[in-house]
Ligand binder design. Structure first.
Ligand code: THU
Length: 158
């Protein structure tokens, strides 16, 4: 029997977060109005802080052909990796907003985004910290993306 654990910290308020994490979460929140989510009404925005201290934001981009939708994690990581290929990823904050209800708990990255984050972390110089919040409510902080994908698939299998 394995005693696999899911290590994360929960903070009751943004005011309890370290300054850098709070600022990153605020940057993600500021990007929410730009999300293009006319089909689901579920906006997701992310902000990445790079090793140079640069903050890059992104958001979900939906499409009338639903499988073409891009998650916020995808657009944000692609923005950093393509525009600043020399920079490492330090941390990523993700926040959401729904037209249906106030999202009061952190929305976890989907399975595909966990796989994306997992590989980006593996090629990074160090773990990527994740800061997750819904629209309001508690904040979850993970010290590394791999904690969200135990037994993750890597290129080593190929
Ligand atoms: N979405 C993300 O942007 N990230 C995730 O990790 C989960 C889902 C987006 C995709 C779609 O535009 C909307 O949320 C509803 O699924």
């Amino acid at each position: 029997m394995s005693d696999l654990q899911l290590p994360y910290r929960s903070f009751a308020s943004v005011h309890d977060l370290p300054d850098e994490d709070r600022l990153l979460l605020m940057a993600a929140r500021a990007a929410i109005p730009h999300a293009y989510a006319p089909y689901s009404g579920f906006r997701v925005a992310a902000a990445i802080r790079t090793g140079m201290g640069r903050v890059v934001t992104g958001f979900n981009l939906e499409n009338a052909s639903y499988p073409v939708c891009l998650c916020a994690e995808q657009t944000t990581i692609a923005a950093v990796r393509t525009q600043y290929p020399e920079e490492s990823l330090e941390a990523m904050a993700i926040t959401v907003s729904s037209k249906e209800h106030k999202v009061s708990q952190p929305a976890s990255p989907c399975g595909q985004c966990r796989q994306l984050l997992f590989e980006q972390e593996n090629i990074n110089k160090h773990p990527i910290r994740l800061i997750l919040q819904g629209e309001v409510g508690e904040i979850w902080v993970f010290d590394r993306c791999s904690d969200l994908l135990p037994f993750g698939f890597t290129g080593d299998f190929l």
